[in-house]
Design a binder for this molecule. Sequence first.
Ligand code: HGY
Ligand code: MN
Ligand code: MN
Length: 412
Amino acid sequence: MIAIDPARLRSRVETLARFGGLPGGGVTRPCWSPPYEEARAWLLGEIRAAGLEAWVDPAGNVFGATGMGGFGAERPAVLTGSHIDTVPEGGILDGALGVLAGLEVLQTIREAKTAHRLPLAVAAWSDEEGRYGSLFGSRAFCGTLDLLRVEEMAAVDGERLVDAMARAGFDARRSGEAKAPAGAVAAYVELHIEQGPRLEEAGIPIGVVDSIVGVRRSRVVFTGQADHAGTTPMERRRDGFLAAADYALKARDLVVKHGGGRSVTNFGVVHVHPGVSNIVPARGELVHEMRGPDAKTLEALARRCASLASRVARRRGVGVELRPMSATAPALCAERVQAAIEGACATLGLGSTRLYSAAGHDAQNLAAITDAGMIFIPSKGGRSHRVDEMSDWDAIARGANVLLHALLALAA
Ligand code: HGY
Ligand code: MN
Ligand code: MN
């Protein structure tokens, strides 16, 4: 039975980890950064050395393929892929696994001369982690990128997407040209680490994703009054940070109470202005993120949080402004793709279970234009978005072999 080369896959994972690698382990490789562009060049070299066609689209998405000269409706391709950008101080598998396992699978199929009716392609989507704009590359490919927003897209530190892409040799204003022709993708399957504890705790080797959470991000800015931190009587202070802190604690409880049990929320970015110890903060700024598998619940939570923000602001005598940043809709995975993954597990004698993804992924964009699905492997200790994110190497090989058989079934 055809199988991937686990040593070759491991060697590529360990090599990619060096681009933006951190001394204590883990990696920081934001999209369009110098380490990212070095990783892109390396990946293109690996794709070509594997005997595949390689190209990059105007949104910076990298592709490798067998038997196709680009995407077209006349020969729809079966597509796999993920991303090679990372969060700051992230792990070496989030995204990288799906891209390198996809490359390994296409190379194995080509070397084995295994017949497949439809072309096969692998993608490395730009800026999946959304440093500048959530799921950017796959949005551009699926035609769901709001081109009017590209000009204003920026990282939380203020760096604009247009400048970051220009530095890497891309014109952000041409991102819309990456849109794939309608009907060009017959199916999409992404291999990814679960990034949570469920598979490991259940002792199940493969997860078959049935739905992917929606993610909403908003800036919430409380504006009070700068004052001397020593001389201003406590009852006269209009402290923007304390209002933000009060809101964060109450919003967290609100999401837990009214989120239907599977909604979550996070405040990963906090700014205080002017931000020195002897001035009462005039401004407290948060990036408020909420996720959940159900769109209506998410919208209801957003409305509740908006009125909470006004209540907190009024009670504390400060102003508040709530600015939506991004929102991805929850996505359902295609039954046909889930069945192909389960068929692959049966062929390999592997147990599997259906579960929803509590992380966002490019697959939720692909679900808008084709039958899309995802394969999960267990994460050690459920750890992810941290330098000690890891999975067993035989779990990685199992996931790649399931991907191989699922892709062949979908391309038959
Ligand atoms: O944030 C996420 O859910 C994904 O890891 N980008
Ligand atoms: Mn991630
Ligand atoms: Mn990811």
